[in-house]
Design a protein around this ligand. Sequence first.
Ligand code: CP
Length: 324
Amino acid sequence: KHHLVSAADLTRDDAVLVLDTAEEMARVADRPIKKLPTLRGRTVVNLFFEDSTRTRISFEAAAKRLSADVINFSAKGSSVSKGESLKDTALTLEAMGADAVVIRHPASGAPYRLANSGWIDGAVVNAGDGTHEHPTQALLDAFTMRRRLVGRDTGLGQDLAGRRITIVGDVLHSRVARSNVLLLHTLGAEVTLVAPPTLVPVGVESWPCEVSYDLDRVLPKSDGVMMLRVQRERMNAAFFPTEREYSRRYGLNGERMARMPEHAIVMHPGPMNRGMEITADVADSDRCTAVEQVANGVSIRMAVLYLLLGGAEPAVTHSRIEET
Ligand code: CP
């Protein structure tokens, strides 16, 4: 059975296959009729125990573009607020015949539990669990980097070998950072984390990346700079950094962006704290790919659902998708 719980689930070949399949899916989005019949008759459940804008909407759009039936479940307004457990919620979804469950949960490890519990038969896709992982975000980020830094047309089949990616900010609470470090390492990129010492996770020494506390030194050597949101909702109020202090040392403003090489891009997974980790002029500049990342997320999630549910064979070619 196939699930996508961690970026570490993906070998280099798996990851490149998802990225290449997403390129094919992006071509579908460029057509007047954006739909494929591939997952007709299959049911995808979006099981969201934590707030989301981008991930929930793009999984819904992706499943619909593949003609799957979509059930959107939000813990708010459900029987979870009456104390129903993850197990009983999962058994309910299983009774309704879910072929895939896309789960976001505040508890790190919840998607792993769901995938290995035997409660459901369908594929489990992690849409963000606590401070642990967000593998489809890492895939859409890698897709964006490959298009921007390797080339849209020459990108097929290539990885990010040798590209230097800097991830900046609240690494401690970031599932996006962990999944990106794992996937970018698999794809051959060199990753540097830059964070205040209080926002670096314990055990980071074992991660396949460098750690720096000096953003200005790292920027001129970066091909891509990914700014992370400061996640106040996961912090004890006593540890909130002040906006002024944080943005002075770790925020990306126009002056700092000018230190980056001309070809280098600015990324942000969203939602952004404008004025904290990124200034409005940087967020709205041509070099910032935040909106492009959201669009690419639909292609990536189409590819993931297609490969987990519909792709009987590993290789997907343009002509095969066209024929379906
Ligand atoms: N990037 C991301 O996961 O955004 P949402 O929380 O809005 O889904």
